[in-house]
Ligand binder design. Structure first.
Ligand code: FES
Ligand code: FES
Length: 156
């Protein structure tokens, strides 16, 4: 039933959480409101823009249309978990170097989609990068800088 409370166990950025969530709770709300991880952005709220992208067991998902209960037992990576303790992730460095983040609203989701790509395909062609980020809308950059940044990160 919609308003039942359900106990779920999720690992977020390497930290295990056992929590009670409403059966109807969206993963985006649990991440942002219950866990305070505001780096995951709420854009369209309808599965259209990619701003809310996180990784679920390494694969990109749209947290605005995924129920938190669907993440039970899974590992989640949000943008807060991308960098190391003392250094940025190579993708973050490359985005800075290439000017691929402008207003930055799409950037967390974009970076996570790119990470999922590079984890599976360390040397992607431009078209493969374009495909991997096709669900992440950016109204600022025109995508060319983003694609350059992902290539740069891939090349190390
Ligand atoms: S906020 Fe989830 S796809 Fe737009
Ligand atoms: S940098 Fe502004 S939406 Fe992508």
């Amino acid at each position: 039933m919609e308003d039942d409370w359900v106990s779920i166990g999720i690992e977020v950025n390497g930290v295990s959480h056992r929590m009670e969530v409403k059966a109807s709770a969206l993963l985006l709300d649990v991440l942002r409101e219950d866990l305070g991880l505001k780096g995951t952005k709420r854009g369209c709220d309808q599965g259209q823009c990619g701003a809310c992208t996180v990784l679920l067991d390494g694969l990109p998902v749209l947290s605005c249309i995924l129920l938190a209960v669907q993440a039970d037992g899974k590992k989640i990576t949000t943008i807060e978990g991308l960098a190391g303790d003392d250094e940025l992730h190579p993708l973050q460095e490359a985005f800075i170097a290439e000017g691929a983040a402008q207003c930055g609203f799409c950037t967390p989701g974009m970076l996570l989609s790119a990470k999922a790509l590079l984890d599976q395909n360390p040397e992607p062609a431009d078209e493969e990068i374009r495909q991997a980020i096709s669900g992440n809308l950016c109204r600022c950059t025109g995508y060319a800088k983003i694609i350059r940044a992902v290539k740069k990160a891939a090349l190390g």
